[in-house]
Design a binder for this molecule. Structure first.
Ligand SMILES: Cc1ncc(COP(=O)(O)O)c(C=O)c1O
Length: 359
């Protein structure tokens, strides 16, 4: 097949030639002994960019989130999370399984925020009766993936942090794509991290590194999280190979995320008038476009659309409840976006691949 337009996720990005060169040239050591200078450099750089004292390289965002929750909550403690958050939906219940932590899912508003009144209620209800799970950590996600890649407003983050801290609860920020959020808001990433106790961000998404996330926070929290990383099997020996790519990700790849955001806008503009597709009404703020198939105007289903597009070389993903996600990234050019629009227009016009007229 000719060139594939890969829109399922920015995790499909491949390392850049500069990353591979840096990995080949990186000074290495045993990081479980704390002796890999390239890992140490990446951790310091990450901490500095996020305005925190310390950082710890993790194999994945999932492990970074899990280590953070284990750090902030005792067994039987409560993690207040968004019901559509990656942490709650996609991370296999790790905090509950490994940490005995009770998730309390709250419904987010369309702007990705958890209503602070509901958060306060989640904190306070159990304070009244300490025989139940005590609130230990509030988890927020920015940009919020399943809600359209929407970045959380910095004022909201500050208010949520203040509320959590007033109740003796830590704030953990899942900033898997925090540099996309910072770019969309026109603020330094450190501004988004300032009210959080810990923040995790992924090197392996739009920043194009092959592997890795970094958890940043205060020295004590990061030392504790490092021990949990070891316990979870995430201590890696010559991890400088990964960290070298991460350093290039942070020094050379954050500004170009603007291209991805522009391409998401272009894709949304191109898809808005395709008959049978219902686009999320808000223009994309970062690198994600969401839409559904309108059952009232086409015999296509989400599955038939995705399959027919795939057969024509455009890869899309369903993110649950019929929502289709298209993510732009370094591997997607403006021409690829235009190709995707053409393909989806053709697919929607060609109902032979659809399951047939509905009764
Ligand atoms: C918002 C968010 N948090 C966390 C993760 C988990 O990262 P990883 O795939 O590296 O475990 C993802 C992955 O897609 C994500 O989108």
């Amino acid at each position: 097949m000719s060139h594939v337009v890969e829109l399922r996720s920015d995790t499909f990005t491949l390392p850049t030639p500069r990353m591979l060169e840096a990995a080949a040239a990186a000074p290495l050591g045993d990081d479980v002994y704390g002796e890999d200078p390239t890992v140490t450099e990446l951790e310091s750089l990450s901490a500095k960019l996020l305005g925190k004292p310390a950082g710890c390289l993790m194999p994945s965002g999932t492990m970074a989130n899990l280590a953070a929750l284990l750090t902030h909550s005792p067994r039987g403690g409560k993690a207040v999370v968004g019901s559509e958050s990656d942490l709650y939906v996609y991370e296999a219940g790790g905090a509950s399984v490994f940490g005995g932590i009770v998730y309390e899912p709250l419904t987010a508003d369309p702007d990705g925020t958890l209503p602070l009144a509901a958060v306060a209620e989640a904190f306070e209800v159990d304070r009244e009766d300490p025989q139940f799970a005590l609130p230990a950590v509030l988890c927020l996600e920015t940009p919020h993936n399943r809600l359209g890649g929407v970045p959380l407003d910095p004022g909201y983050l500050a208010a949520a942090g203040a509320l959590a801290h007033d109740h003796g609860v830590a704030l953990h920020l899942d900033g898997a794509r925090v540099f996309n959020a910072a770019l969309a808001l026109g603020v330094p990433a450190a501004d988004l991290a300032s009210s959080a106790d810990t923040v995790q961000f992924c090197l392996s998404k739009g920043l194009s590194a092959p592997v890795g996330s970094v958890l940043v926070g205060d020295e004590q929290s990061i030392a504790t999280a490092r021990r949990y990383r070891k316990m979870l099997g995430g201590g890696m020996r010559q991890a400088g190979l990964i960290a070298a790519c991460g350093i290039i990700a942070l020094t050379e790849m954050t500004d170009r995320l603007a291209d991805d955001h522009a391409h998401a806008g272009r894709l949304a503009d191109g898809l808005r008038d395709v008959p049978g597709l219902l686009l999320d009404p808000q223009p994309p703020r970062t690198n994600m476009v969401f839409f559904t198939v309108d059952p009232d105007s086409t015999p296509h289903t989400t599955e038939s659309l995705i399959e027919a597009a795939r057969a024509r070389g455009v890869h899309l993903a369903e993110l649950g409840r019929g929502r289709v996600r298209a993510v732009t990234h370094r591997g997607v050019t403006a021409a690829d976006v235009d190709r995707a629009v053409t393909v989806l227009t053709e697919v929607m016009a060609d109902t032979t691949a659809a399951p047939g007229p509905r009764e």
